[in-house]
Design a protein around this ligand. Sequence first.
Ligand code: IMP
Length: 179
Amino acid sequence: MNYEIQVHDKRFVPYLSSEQIDEQITRIATEISADYKNKKPLFIVILNGAFMFASDLFKKIEIESEICFVKLASYKGVRSTGKVITAIGLDIELYNRDVIIVEDIVDTGKTLSQFLPQLEHHHPKSLKIAALLHKPDALQHDIKVDYLGFVIPNKFVLGYGLDYDGLGRNIDCIYQLVE
Ligand code: IMP
């Protein structure tokens, strides 16, 4: 792991190693595999940021399960002035399914606070959240993360799927912004 990297105009320092990340993902996968035995859960991965976490997590899941990927797009509703989130690619029936949302990071919680009610509308049997990272100090919505890798401070992070203005997603560990 190099000490300091530059991405666009900002500098970042190593924060979580790939070994630390792998350890937490193994723990989460073991917990989920035990909790969902014989339930055939459906993982819904929120793109883009969660792709790397989802890939490593899913490889370690030891029970029958399904996965699908959604992209959340926000647009201005025709009648409303507020932004509305829609899920692109959600083509699996959710009714009566045990659903696990896979997120890279829960920051303000805004994304999930808008997306969860849309999923609940389809009456899944259960709905839980797995997130690699969570910044509790940034949280502005009532979101509870059920399976969590790391609690982190309210500082911008990069790598392992997370980007800064498009770059950095390919880094295999997590860096933190130098302020
Ligand atoms: P929210 O504020 O919880 O709605 O977070 C929405 C999205 O912002 C996350 O899924 C991430 O893709 C992105 N995000 C939040 N914090 C960071 C960060 O520190 N680094 C990179 N992306 C972030």
